[in-house]
Ligand binder design. Structure first.
Ligand code: GP9
Ligand code: MN
Length: 631
């Protein structure tokens, strides 16, 4: 019988390629700057699909069908997991994050929100392939001649090599500089990206095994010369012996502070609080994929979280010298209040490791259907129920509260909403204002409870936004709210989160200098009068006069006094104007193309990379094993 249609592996490759391409173009927010990028993005889905499906030609007739069937199913599931993940994080899965199975299980309401009925269409080709490979197996199965097998293999390898060469031309050093997952995915495809990611992760594991203390002196010298942990301010010790209450405000960004919606203040309580706190208006979060846990990591250690994965998970067993341990030694009782499962973000392991005395997790709270929404216990009952514990623990204490209601997808019931929704194409942003307002009210209530309990006058109260709540995915809606087009410069500025330090008896002050989560640890320790001059960390006391001149964001972007650098462009921090590279027509006017020397951001960028790298080295190598903090 003569076949007059292509072999099944080709049909499967083409269908799978088309599907992947549709996903790239319409689900992932992949930016394409030129024809070459568009071309690479178009071919790579077919290249990877062909590479895998073509393996089938080497299999016996019977196995061929099974192989193609399962490849199509598993490949589709991998794509689909990425899609669901992307809808939440606007990022691609990495292996360390994937292994956070307990997190995935806990995502609960979010996951349901991230899956849509139409997604079933995504599995259409799988159904077709199953049908053809099962019902039509006799006519689909081919016993290939050796010549054809070798041909299929050669073609698939040539395609891969061709793809990689194009990618290398488009993005030199793509593999060395893995600063951006999106670049990898758009250049080599999502499957090759996953293989690459697995290889990288194995390397990370190996790094720890082979690390020794030899790298520590260089890092120590860098810290002494550039960070100067000794540098203290006149506020050193002003809050000696006081309790420290730290509130991590879920997904709260600075753009809502002192801002309105339909003429109404979004955060009336926090706006008032500025009046009697130190309020840092240019304070940036520096988190990456580990979200809340990354912000905790920054605060406790003054080290950067990792560029990929959540350091709480991947390196939760490392040796650290964190705030709970240091304050514990200074006589503080240390605890965390957070009404979520203790294993989320591996917190139980990490908290124990960094020296917390007690973790009041979900089991410490009475959680009912009525007092929960979205991720769990609502913030108001959370604070209310926490009070009895807070009043019973020994003083002085360091207590961290992590709120939850203002979390994606920002759901809130009618009766809890006290401000209208925003009206835009983004349901996420529309709802955000309501949960932000709810959190603001819960904080007011908490302050009132602290006053009533008598703890207020004896405590430093610190409030910090943990990370962004509204990702770039919602730029259009954000642009509507802020009444401007969101550029990469604005994207960086939107990474500002509120940071308040309330010290009893101290007057308020708005502080404009650039600051970040990396600075929290030395700043708070100094206020409490705890000496940390032997510490190794990358932040400075925010009240000291002098500080290094940049705030590094975890993706390698940075903010300095004069510049903002992101996506390989250097902007004027005050005006948002691009300083480097110049627009083509401007350079031709000057009749010279701009050179690296014109890039005013370059020298700072070098320092940023160096510092991020030192921090990563400490974590990957678990280098504090070799450092004595007590000397
Ligand atoms: C989970 C809460 C939220 O316990 O901290 O986590 P996030 O998704 O923001 O990292
Ligand atoms: Mn968070």
């Amino acid at each position: 019988m003569k076949r007059n249609y292509p072999p099944l592996y080709i049909i499967a490759s083409v269908l799978f390629g088309i599907k992947t391409y549709i996903l790239y173009r319409f689900a992932f927010n992949i930016s394409l700057d030129n024809i070459m990028q568009e071309f690479i993005l178009l071919i790579n889905p077919f290249v990877s699909a062909f590479l895998v499906f073509a393996i089938s030609v080497w299999l016996s007739s019977k196995r061929q069908m099974t192989f193609i069937r399962y490849t199509s199913l598993i490949g589709t599931l991998i794509l689909y997991f990425n899609l669901v993940f992307y809808r939440n994080f606007a990022d691609f899965i990495t292996i360390p994050v994937l292994f956070q199975g307990s997190n995935a299980a806990d995502l609960g309401s979010s996951v349901l929100n991230l899956m849509h009925v139409q997604d079933l269409l995504f599995f259409l080709d799988v159904v077709l392939i199953w049908y053809l490979s099962k019902r039509q197996a006799p006519i689909m199965t081919v016993s290939y001649k050796k010549r054809n097998r070798v041909m299929a293999l050669t073609v698939s390898l040539l395609l891969v090599v061709g793809n990689f060469i194009l990618a290398e031309i488009e993005r030199p050093q793509l593999f060395q500089r893995t600063f951006d997952r999106e670049y990898l995915v758009k250049n080599i495809g999502i499957f090759n990206y996953h293989i690459y990611d697995i290889a990288l992760h194995s390397k990370t594991e190996a790094q720890r095994v082979f690390a020794d203390g030899n790298d520590m002196p260089e890092i120590q010298t860098y810290v002494e010369e550039n960070i100067n942990p000794d540098m203290k301010s006149e506020l050193f010790g002003v809050a000696k012996g006081k309790n420290l209450i730290f509130v991590s405000m879920e997904s709260l960004q600075t753009f809502v502070i002192n801002n309105t919606l339909n003429g109404e203040e979004v955060t009336p309580f926090l706006n008032d609080l500025i009046g009697d706190s130190y309020y840092f208006e240019n304070f940036y979060h520096q988190t990456a994929q580990g979200k809340t846990s990354d912000s905790e990591f920054l605060v406790e250690n003054s080290l950067y979280p990792l560029p990929r994965g959540a350091v709480f998970f991947t390196h939760g067993q490392n040796e650290y010298h964190a705030m709970p341990e240091i304050l514990g030694e200074a006589g503080y009782y240390t605890s965390v209040f957070h009404a979520n499962n203790k294993s989320f973000w591996n917190r139980d392991v990490m908290y124990d490791n960094i020296g917390y005395d007690e973790f009041y997790d979900v089991d410490s709270y009475e959680v009912t259907e009525e007092n929960s929404i979205g991720w769990g216990l609502k913030d108001k009952p959370f604070f209310e129920q926490s009070m009895k514990y807070l009043q019973s623990i020994p003083q002085p204490f360091y207590s961290k509260f992590i709120t939850l209601t203002n979390h994606y997808p920002f759901d809130l019931s009618e009766e809890d909403a006290t401000i209208e929704k925003f009206d835009s194409n983004s349901k996420t942003l529309n709802q955000y204002f309501q949960t932000v307002r709810y959190m603001d009210e819960s904080l007011k209530q908490f302050f009132d409870e602290l006053k009533a309990s008598g703890l207020y006058d004896n405590s430093v109260i610190v409030l910090m936004g943990d990370h962004y709540g509204i990702s770039d995915f919602h730029n259009k809606a954000m642009g509507m709210y802020l009444d401007k087009e969101i550029t990469p410069y604005d994207e960086v500025q939107l990474q500002r989160v509120p940071f308040f330090i309330h010290i009893p008896g101290k007057e308020g002050k708005v502080i404009s200098k650039i600051a970040g989560q990396i600075d929290v640890k030395p700043t708070l320790l100094h206020l409490l009068g705890v000496d940390n001059s032997n510490d190794i960390g990358f932040g400075t006391d925010l009240f000291a006069d002098d500080r290094k001149d940049f705030i590094a964001l975890r993706d390698g972007s940075f903010v300095s006094n004069n510049y903002i650098y992101t996506e390989e462009k250097c902007y004027d921090r005050n005006t948002g104007e691009i300083l480097y590279p110049m627009e083509e027509d401007e350079t031709s006017e000057r009749e010279s193309s701009d050179t690296e020397e014109d890039n005013l951001c370059a020298p700072i960028k070098e320092k940023v990379d160096k510092e991020l790298n030192y921090s990563d080295q400490i974590i990957y190598g678990d280098l504090f094993r070799f450092y004595n903090f007590d000397k």
